[in-house]
Design a protein around this ligand. Sequence first.
Ligand code: CA
Length: 231
Amino acid sequence: MLPKRILLVEDEQHIAKGIIFNLEHESYHVVHEETARAALAQLRQNHFDLVILDRMLPDSPDGLEVCAQIRALDAQIPILMLTAMGREQDKIDGLQYGADDYLTKPFNLSELLLRVSGMLRRAQWYRTRPTGESFPLGEWQINLSTGETSNNSAMFILTELELRMLRLFIEHQGEILSRSFLLKAAWGLAPDTETRTLDNFIVRLRKYFEPDPTRPIHFVTMRGKGYVFRG
Ligand code: CA
């Protein structure tokens, strides 16, 4: 099997060095760029299996805009965003601009490796599923393999992680899914991980699919228990 290709976009040398060393040790092929401009050029010319993207880059556009542009080029490629400590809004922004997950600096390199391998494994799983399976939700038809979602007048594509969460909900329709179940099943995270990622994704799914996101009928919060999906 060919080594997975990872694009690392990070301008801080000491951080980049540590990441590259660890990824290469796990037999990934790493291409490193320090600027937004060079990263986007790489993505237009070469194939990558995953992108690790620093939120704060020295040039323009910034990490968020790069993230959005990557999504425009490739709806499915997993994007792991690196954000500065304590900037909660950065994380939410990153996810809204199409990142699948984030790590807050400073992070543990073994945690980074765990996230990367999990993201690649799930991306692979989705690529090998048969196409054409379609699920109706309200006015939308969702292709559960490609993430293509359309109604009479519009079309958009769910990211890999949005699609994964949605599949989990569909597979367990009507059941209460706990936060720890979702964290483990969707991200491979330890059930007691403190993260707002999950809630941010629920917010996104509601924004896409709820007639009124402030009064959800599909992705319903069960206070103190988790979430339940009703198609
Ligand atoms: Ca930086």
